[in-house]
Design a protein. Structure first.
Length: 174
């Protein structure tokens, strides 16, 4: 996929700041999410509707957001029954939330591309069957193997934490 382009933009800023361009968010995603240490949280809800938020290792690759989770974690169990979710980032100069749905990735070619990008970022991961494995991961990921998910987002909200300031909502077509 190529980087998505918004079909609708709304300036949420109440202080007279100019609209933030989507290109600013894309630039931060592309540069900040090559580092496994970038702060990222996934919010899900299970079949009972209870919310859950947990840290994840995310990756921006070819216009898509990927993340990992162990099959027995609450976040993976929630996604199995309700793929709707939101992913929040503390990027350099921009807090960003992507809202949409996540689907598990099982194709060998995509898994290998994701694994290669994670390795370039410092995580020594390998593809094993239809998931990833490595000597270690974040404690919240559970034990290996780890599933890979792709987020298809339809809404993004960004709040600039550095000049030029502002707040925006971008909507995307599927």
């Amino acid at each position: 996929m190529t980087d998505p382009e918004p079909v609708e933009t709304t300036n949420l800023d109440r202080y007279g700041n100019a609209p933030l361009p989507w290109s600013r968010a894309l630039e931060r995603l592309g540069s900040d999410l090559v580092h496994v240490s970038t702060t990222t949280f996934l919010a899900t809800a299970g079949k009972d509707g209870r919310p859950h938020s947990a840290g994840i290792g995310s990756l921006w690759l070819d216009g898509d957001l990927f993340f990992t989770s162990g099959p027995h974690t609450r976040k993976s169990r929630n996604l199995a029954v309700n793929p709707a979710c939101a992913v929040s980032f503390g990027l350099e100069g921009l807090d960003l939330v992507l809202e949409g749905s996540a689907a598990r990735v099982t194709t060998a070619r995509t898994l290998e591309k994701v694994a290669e990008s994670y390795r370039e970022g410092g995580w020594p991961v390998a593809v094993a069957d239809d998931a990833l494995t490595a000597p270690y991961s974040a404690p919240s990921a559970g034990p290996p193997p780890w599933y890979v998910y792709r987020l298809s987002f339809d809404t993004a909200v960004g709040v600039a934490t550095a000049a030029p300031h502002g707040a925006m909502r971008w909507r995307f077509a599927h």
